[in-house]
Design a protein around this ligand. Structure first.
Ligand SMILES: [Zn+2]
Length: 231
């Protein structure tokens, strides 16, 4: 009985975590936005205590920042954190690509084809949210089909943080992932050329990081204060 209660609570907390993480990943909740508990309780029809636990969990995952006496807000990763997230993605996505065999590709052929159709439809539209969602979904899909649940979990966290990074640092005039680069990774995987697939994925991630303006910290105010405090 007691165990059942715990499970129900855990499931409910997970539902809130997933809803918030998804909204953040899709840029519906932008970096720095204040997350007011009462509003989350109302819009997700949730219990206040569960919302608090969910926010704490997202804070541990660096997706949310909790400020004493000021409450929770959507995290604003620094330029250094952005570089670290991309370094981590190179390591994790390399391992994911290495785990995907031609048999796995065949087993998930239908899902992969559907994803690529959605992705091409999004990139040929001007719906920025759909583009962000579908391009990121490609990477999440590889995490899901690779068969390693730990890599999948780590990647899910990195993808939400990447989405925050893109929202903060992406130069406006360039799209993020190019769909044909995704297709090349898939083609190499389907042909069993895993080394080639890894190389293409790393190049792709380098390209993505190169599109970000990471040469300066986002928060100029903090830098100014630090500079003045040095004297
Ligand atoms: Zn991509």
């Amino acid at each position: 009985m007691a165990e059942k209660t715990v499970t129900a609570k855990q499931q409910e907390v997970q539902r809130i975590v997933d809803a918030l993480a998804k909204a953040i990943a899709q840029h519906r909740l932008p970096p720095g936005m204040r997350l007011i508990e009462a509003q989350i309780v109302e819009s997700l029809q949730a219990n206040r205590n569960h919302v608090q636990v969910a926010l704490q969990r997202l804070a541990m995952q660096k997706i949310v920042t909790i400020e004493p006496n000021r409450g929770a807000l959507v995290a604003q990763p620094s330029a250094q954190e952005a570089r670290d997230v991309f370094a981590a993605r190179r390591a994790v996505e390399r391992a994911i690509v290495e785990a995907i065999t031609p048999a796995i590709m065949q087993q998930h052929a239908e899902r992969i084809a559907t994803q690529m159709t959605k992705e091409r439809a999004a990139t040929s539209s001007s719906d920025r949210r759909a583009i962000v969602r579908e391009l990121s979904e490609f990477h999440c899909m590889l995490g899901e089909i690779c068969g390693n649940a730990v890599l999948h979990d780590i990647l899910d966290n990195l993808m939400v943080r990447s989405s925050l990074i893109v929202a903060l640092y992406q130069r406006n005039d360039v799209p993020s992932c190019a769909s044909d680069e995704h297709q090349q990774v898939l083609d190499a995987l389907a042909a069993g050329q895993r080394e080639q697939a890894v190389e293409l994925m790393i190049e792709h991630l380098d390209e993505l990081e190169g599109q970000l303006a990471l040469h300066q910290e986002q928060n100029a105010e903090v830098n100014l204060r630090e500079a003045l405090a040095e004297r």
